[in-house]
Design a protein around this ligand. Structure first.
Ligand SMILES: [Cu+2]
Length: 503
């Protein structure tokens, strides 16, 4: 028995309305139109869509232990959090296979894993308080889902600023009918690193959150103030390139003082799977004395496009083919606007390694961004009219560090406070209107959208300052999906929102 004036904990006004009142009485009590109801991540619609996915029946099991560790950065020890080594061992499965990943949390804080880019079942998406309860310190959680599409994906913590530690790795979904011809594969993860060297990510967020006030970048080139970087600019990114000072940039967990060597033979065709796991850094990627032929972005195939360099934002991926020459070469990941870089060595013959700070004309040659790409026919969204248009205004700035979507100060402790609605089966257009003076790599969970008509299929896309990017997707994966800036600190400051399917 309970007092009718006082709903018991957990019973919403809406539940009571449905239970007892109807029509005019309910509307009068609510004081306005009835609240929309949204599908829950544990709804039958989520289970049904998972059951309907093409599945091979094969199951890949992995164990991921998130724990405190120390990594060696060319002789500098960095105390950090990681899933074992940095990066985590690559997870590989085939399209239609199921992944069972057991996360054991040995961190002092709660954590989750997000499977970035996969159109997976909503309750396995790893967003704390939205698709699952955060996994408490000392607890474990089993992620289990079918991988629907082949491609280059990655996984990372989605709690607070944990991504800017070492909690990330590559997830490769192989195509059983791979149409691309190549001899070998190299997974390349680029990252910006500060954890345990100069500071920790929570301290960086604290510092940034003070706001820059009236401070302006008067310097000629980037200048460090605490953990803030002033004056890092990029024409390709339309101005401010990034605002966090990083003492190291890494390729596959290694700084330029201790580069990885990729050993191969002249003439070999290598498929490079490039992932930007950085938190505040776009990278400009080039291989000395080579052209790059881009074949995929964010997992989906594009018409092969040859370039000298690629500009990759945080969360984006590019696959490209290189035919290796005879000698020793440097794969350069130039931290855009920040005048620093990571390198790896590509070697097909004896001889001295190229110097890490050598001249790389490729970096200033043709520079590819996703807007130059065209999806192959099989990756085109079918032609149909838009059923729903959602406008997302990106707002805020460095002065107050008040990044947001539509002035909503997003709080992951109450993620469903103000969702954007969609309905199953709709063709949705999202207009990201960037009203700020900085670029934002915007990410949508659980879907792959299309850039313009015929453009690349992507899940993370650069929106330049004072520009609008319109993307289209089909609402075919029910649930509650985060959409946010993949600049980790912008996201944490509030540039996040939820796109929720109506029940
Ligand atoms: Cu941003």
């Amino acid at each position: 028995m309970f007092n009718a004036n006082e709903p018991p904990a957990g019973l919403s006004r809406r539940t009571l309305l449905r239970a007892g009142l109807s029509g005019a009485a309910a509307l009068a009590l609510a004081g306005c139109a009835p609240e929309p109801r949204f599908l829950s991540p544990t709804s039958s619609a989520v289970r049904d869509i998972e059951a309907a996915r093409q599945a091979t029946g094969a199951l890949t099991k992995v164990a991921l232990k998130a724990a405190v560790t120390t990594v060696d950065l060319a002789g500098t020890p960095a105390a950090t959090w990681a899933y074992g080594p940095l990066p985590a061992p690559t997870i590989r499965l085939r399209q239609g296979d199921a992944l069972e990943a057991t996360l054991t949390n040995e961190l002092p804080d709660p954590t989750t894993i997000h499977w970035h880019g996969l159109a997976l079942r909503n309750d396995m998406d790893g967003v704390p308080n939205l698709t699952q309860a955060p996994v408490a310190a000392g607890a474990a959680f089993k992620y289990r889902f079918t991988a629907p599409d082949p491609g280059t994906y990655w996984f990372h913590s989605h709690v607070g600023t944990q991504l800017d530690r070492g909690l990330y790795g590559a997830l490769i979904v192989e195509d059983p009918n791979e149409p691309l011809a190549y001899d070998e594969e190299w997974v390349v993860i680029v990252d910006d690193w500060l954890d345990g060297v100069t500071t920790t990510p929570p301290q960086v967020l604290d510092e940034l959150s003070q706001g820059m006030g009236s401070m302006t970048g008067m310097s000629d080139g980037p200048m460090r103030m605490g953990n803030t970087l002033m004056g890092a600019t990029s024409d390709a990114l339309g101005g401010d390139a990034g605002d966090v000072y990083y003492p190291h940039y890494l390729i596959n967990g290694r700084p330029s003082g201790d580069p990885e060597t990729y050993q191969s033979s002249p003439g070999r065709r290598v498929r490079v799977r490039l992932i930007n796991a950085g938190s505040d850094t776009a990278f400009r990627i080039a291989l000395t004395s080579h052209e790059l032929t881009v074949t995929h972005t964010d997992g989906f195939p594009v018409t092969p496009t040859t370039t000298d360099a690629i500009l990759v934002g945080m969360g984006e991926r590019y696959d490209f083919i290189v035919t290796l020459s005879d000698g020793a070469f440097a794969l350069i990941a130039e931290a855009e606007g920040k005048q620093d870089r990571a390198v790896a060595i590509v070697r097909t013959a004896a001889g001295t390694s190229p110097p890490p700070d050598g001249d790389t004309p490729e970096l200033t040659g043709r520079v590819l961004t996703a807007d130059q790409l065209v999806a192959v026919d099989s990756a085109q969204l079918p032609n149909r009219p838009v059923d729903r248009e959602i406008t997302v205004r990106l707002r805020g700035g460095m002065k107050q560090y008040d990044w947001s979507m539509d002035y909503n100060s997003f709080d992951l402790s109450d993620p469903m406070a103000k969702p954007y609605s969609v309905s199953s089966g709709e063709r949705v257009a999202v207009k990201f209107v960037n009203t700020t003076t900085m670029w934002h790599p915007m990410h949508l969970h659980g879907h792959t959208f299309q850039l313009a008509r015929g453009g690349a299929r992507k899940d993370t896309s650069i929106v330049l300052p004072n520009r609008t990017l319109t993307v289209h997707f089909d609402a075919n994966n029910p649930g509650r999906w985060l959409t946010h800036c993949h600049n980790l600190y912008h996201g944490e400051a509030g540039m996040m929102g939820v796109l929720a399917y109506l029940d």
